[in-house]
Design a protein around this ligand. Structure first.
Ligand SMILES: [Zn+2]
Length: 245
């Protein structure tokens, strides 16, 4: 009798989502204050409805949550050797990667999950199989602005959010606070609030410095202009099974 398992020998079994991480991330993204976010940064719009939709996708395992170790066991090759990841959304496997099982429970880790959820939302909204590109610098800046709104709308401590001197966080939080002064209590905001080029500029520059989407000297000592770098989103399949669209 043929070995019924023979066909599966040597085949990688897809790792199920990490339930602990999925529950943490989904819970953070379902906080009601997030629903009030509504702004436009450059060509990108971030609305509150994105967050529960990402949470739904996490619950349905359309977006996986894995520790770095689980991610690597997939044979995925996206992480450079020695690369340290606290949390990161990976576009190709549609997965949020975290440093450990209990990520999201430490101070400020909720902010990181909100940040990564903005990238995940752009992927979720991208047509499947097509290549939807965003300007990386604006993509990161929009994620930072979303976190600044999150801090104020959900009454979270600022903590180490503004820790990076010259980063995008400080101008982003300043902007959100100026908006509150200008337009009254936050829940009355109407949107999408279009962030003006003047307000966007310091946030964009900070994001450029932080993620190296700027002009800098490369390892080879040559001048590198990375200001036009693009992220390419390819959508998230409707169900999590392999080959399912
Ligand atoms: Zn990011």
């Amino acid at each position: 009798m043929a070995n019924p398992y023979a066909a599966n020998l040597g085949r990688k079994v897809p790792q199920p989502t990490n339930r602990v991480l999925a529950a943490t991330a989904s819970g953070i993204l379902r906080q009601p204050g997030l629903a009030m976010i509504n702004f436009q940064f450059g060509g990108l719009t971030v609305t509150g409805s994105l967050f529960p939709r990402v949470a739904d996708a996490i619950d349905a395992e359309r977006i996986k949550c894995w520790t770095v170790k689980e991610f690597k066991s997939q044979g995925a090759d996206e992480l450079a050797p020695g690369m340290v990841v606290n949390a990161q959304y990976q576009i190709k496997p549609n997965a949020m990667i975290f440093s450990s099982d209990d990520f999201g429970k430490g101070p400020g880790e909720d902010r990181t999950i909100v940040h990564e959820a903005v990238h995940a939302a752009f992927d979720l909204d991208a047509p499947l199989g097509a290549k939807t590109q965003t300007l990386s610098i604006d993509d990161e800046a929009a994620a930072v602005v979303a976190v600044a709104f999150y801090i104020r709308l959900c009454n979270k401590p600022v903590g180490a959010f503004k820790m990076d001197a010259g980063g995008p966080e400080e101008p982003a939080l300043d902007l959100v606070d100026r908006l509150a002064d200008r337009t009254g209590p936050m829940p009355t905001w109407r949107g999408p609030y279009v962030i003006t080029p003047e307000d966007a500029q310091p946030i964009r520059e900070g994001a450029g410095r932080k993620w190296h989407f700027d002009k800098f000297k490369g390892k080879d000592g040559l001048d590198t202009d990375n200001t036009g770098a693009l992220y390419t989103y390819d959508g998230v399949p409707v169900c999590s099974k392999k080959g399912c669209k």
